[in-house]
Write a protein that binds this ligand. Sequence first.
Ligand SMILES: *[C@@H]1O[C@H](CO)[C@@H](O)[C@H](O)[C@H]1NC(C)=O
Ligand SMILES: *[C@@H]1O[C@H](CO)[C@@H](O)[C@H](O)[C@H]1NC(C)=O
Ligand SMILES: *[C@@H]1O[C@H](CO)[C@@H](O)[C@H](O)[C@H]1NC(C)=O
Ligand SMILES: *[C@@H]1O[C@H](CO)[C@@H](O)[C@H](O)[C@H]1NC(C)=O
Ligand SMILES: *[C@@H]1O[C@H](CO)[C@@H](O)[C@H](O)[C@H]1NC(C)=O
Ligand SMILES: *[C@@H]1O[C@H](CO)[C@@H](O)[C@H](O)[C@H]1NC(C)=O
Ligand SMILES: *[C@@H]1O[C@H](CO)[C@@H](O)[C@H](O)[C@H]1NC(C)=O
Ligand SMILES: *[C@@H]1O[C@H](CO)[C@@H](O)[C@H](O)[C@H]1NC(C)=O
Ligand SMILES: *[C@@H]1O[C@H](CO)[C@@H](O)[C@H](O)[C@H]1NC(C)=O
Ligand SMILES: [Zn+2]
Length: 653
Amino acid sequence: MLHTLFYPALLLLPLWFTSTSGRCVFDEVQQSVRVVTQAEGSTSTQIGGTSSSRAAKQATAIHQHPHQTTRGTFPGHLQSHRKMGRALTAMSPIRIHTWIAQESATLSEVDRERLALALNHTVSIVSTLLSVRHIPGPLLLSRDINKYCKFLWRNVSAANYNRCGRVNGSYRNENCLSVVIPDDHLRGCAVFHHPDAPDRTELRYDGAGLNNTDFLLYVHIHNSHRCSTQPSMLAYAAHCQSDPQGRPLAGTVVICREKLRQEKYRHEATVQILIHELFHMLGFSRTLFNTWRDCLHTLQAGGECHRHGRVTNLDDKGHMRIYTPSVVRALQKHLNSTDPTLGAPLEDLDADSTGLSSHWEARVLLSSIMAATLGEPSTVRIDLITLAALQDTGWYSVNLSQAQSLVWGQDEGSLFGSLSSCHDNTSLYFCTGSGLGCHYHHLHKGECVSDPYLEGCRIYKPLANGSECWKEENRPESVSWSGEIYQSDSRCFFSNLSRESISHSVSVAGHCYRHRCTGLHRYQIRVSGTGWMDCPSGGAIEVSGYAGVVFCPEKILCSHALPATSLNTQNHGVFSVLGSSLADLKYSCVPHTTPNPEVTNGMDLLSPKPWQSAKVIAPVLLAFTSCLVIGIFGVAYKVLHSQVRVYAEPSDG
Ligand SMILES: *[C@@H]1O[C@H](CO)[C@@H](O)[C@H](O)[C@H]1NC(C)=O
Ligand SMILES: *[C@@H]1O[C@H](CO)[C@@H](O)[C@H](O)[C@H]1NC(C)=O
Ligand SMILES: *[C@@H]1O[C@H](CO)[C@@H](O)[C@H](O)[C@H]1NC(C)=O
Ligand SMILES: *[C@@H]1O[C@H](CO)[C@@H](O)[C@H](O)[C@H]1NC(C)=O
Ligand SMILES: *[C@@H]1O[C@H](CO)[C@@H](O)[C@H](O)[C@H]1NC(C)=O
Ligand SMILES: *[C@@H]1O[C@H](CO)[C@@H](O)[C@H](O)[C@H]1NC(C)=O
Ligand SMILES: *[C@@H]1O[C@H](CO)[C@@H](O)[C@H](O)[C@H]1NC(C)=O
Ligand SMILES: *[C@@H]1O[C@H](CO)[C@@H](O)[C@H](O)[C@H]1NC(C)=O
Ligand SMILES: *[C@@H]1O[C@H](CO)[C@@H](O)[C@H](O)[C@H]1NC(C)=O
Ligand SMILES: [Zn+2]
């Protein structure tokens, strides 16, 4: 029996979580897939018999190995790129259609519900962010001519040049990764018996296709070999078909069956992995970087988009970076740098021989949704740099104003995350040694550790369990000698506070105390048995009844001049899965650095006038304006970095 459930739209991806740092195998999987590129004129504008004859007119091009350009052998494909300018229709939110593959394992009611919710949530987030030119009429995928055809007519002057001359009798079906594509989703195909004569035999007729679909996501629930050999794997994916402009049209995500079943299943983590995989399939893929198109300043003019050409290059330290205009600009904004060579660095640990990876360098863009490993869900962000990259594919219009502040490395300058700077023991983000402290969001206690992706740099990672300050159930059974309080407004503070009755001195570690914001980077804290005390950002305070001090973190806490409570509920909508319901950090207010026009000069890999795109600049300016008020306001709250004696008020219980 067919198990074909429809969900509005959705996607998947391979990931892993928390300390069991699994890794995303997308590149490996994508490498094994033959991507079918539709020929120009085969997009679903025709219906019925005409489309199959049109489709057959030009050979379907295949990229057998993403890194080898096989296009030259398929003249039809070359032609397809000759004309990209056609009537540009407006961009509308992408319609992602999810299709549960028939091959999928049967699921229990509970697991099916989990899957449906995760897919639904994923699709709704992604379609809020990305817009495309809608495909008119039903989406029909193309068949791989190299599969159904034994040979093509090769006489260039013949009428049936590059059409199928003889059918491959063993041809059965088309696949997308491990999924057999239903015939109903596919265009027909025909064989031409003579190089010049019109007589043809239809091998297959066009299917009905899928209405209202811009991307078809096949979902395969399966306990595959990859799933069973890599226990941390939740899902993996690849795209398998693109339109003539190179935009991916269909892909498959394999979701490891056991992961849906497990007791520790987490909706947030699953959705994040699915978004990560979907972003890969939609264009954030090393096999696609060089097919990204520069449409920024042609969109309004109605002109043609052209290829960026090569968008990746090595920096002077030999690190591969992406240098497209919106990406450079986004990273400059994030790090508060005007460095013109600030391309966004790609992960070197999973790079191929040419240095390309489909992930950001973890040390620089740690909590990005497109880092190679995703951390604790509450810290993962759909950041501006990732959205800028999707914008620079040229296939999408991206609502950049919905980017979530990365927090990690904010305003730290262009050298942030370099191997030479991460051992600085005054860093707010990296740590040295192996002590206990606070994760940089201050929501969790953490332990100073490294992992392969950090390449020797160390950060405070959340403890395996019980590290969330905001979770009441983490409260220890016995009275805390350090005055800890675990509740929703609690955060992690470096401190060596201990009740005066304790005689031994204690070392500084992460402890949970309540906090409330009183202004930009201005807050009060509360320790067990005390009232609210000002905690000057960057300073430290003593607390009566306790020995030792509490250090007051800079920058991270109260980065909006709003009380934490209202931040928790504001403007999260579909993004609540990304954990921002717990973070008091959203879009941060970085003074907008004037773009340096020299950024592109002398870098022929970039397009000529990257800053002229109103599309990119407008949201950035808007964000700036809305933050300006807070920024100016914030100056009035300059805090002395001094130790302040605080007399505790009696506890109100
Ligand atoms: C998925 O979302 C659609 C609307 O976006 C809704 O009608 C449907 O009930 C949702 N499915 C589940 C399982 O939540
Ligand atoms: C014919 O199709 C089969 C199955 O898809 C494939 O294994 C075989 O290589 C094809 N033969 C030719 C000549 O294309
Ligand atoms: C190629 O096709 C043309 C036109 O049909 C024909 O005149 C010519 O002889 C063909 N060449 C070969 C090598 O078959
Ligand atoms: C697509 O929409 C058209 C027009 O509304 C309709 O006739 C057709 O049956 C639909 N196709 C499918 C596959 O739903
Ligand atoms: C972008 O997102 C913001 C915030 O959700 C929304 O207000 C705005 O209308 C969106 N812009 C577009 C062009 O969709
Ligand atoms: C950004 O950099 C400028 C120039 O170096 C500096 O004056 C400014 O304070 C920085 N802004 C932030 C938020 O760090
Ligand atoms: C930080 O590093 C400096 C120089 O390496 C060292 O003198 C200092 O003691 C270190 N501070 C801490 C708190 O480890
Ligand atoms: C973590 O949880 C496990 C199982 O619930 C428990 O046995 C263990 O003691 C906990 N570890 C910490 C540090 O709380
Ligand atoms: C707490 O730490 C501070 C700073 O490291 C140190 O000066 C102080 O002596 C410590 N106090 C106790 C009671 O350990
Ligand atoms: Zn990935």
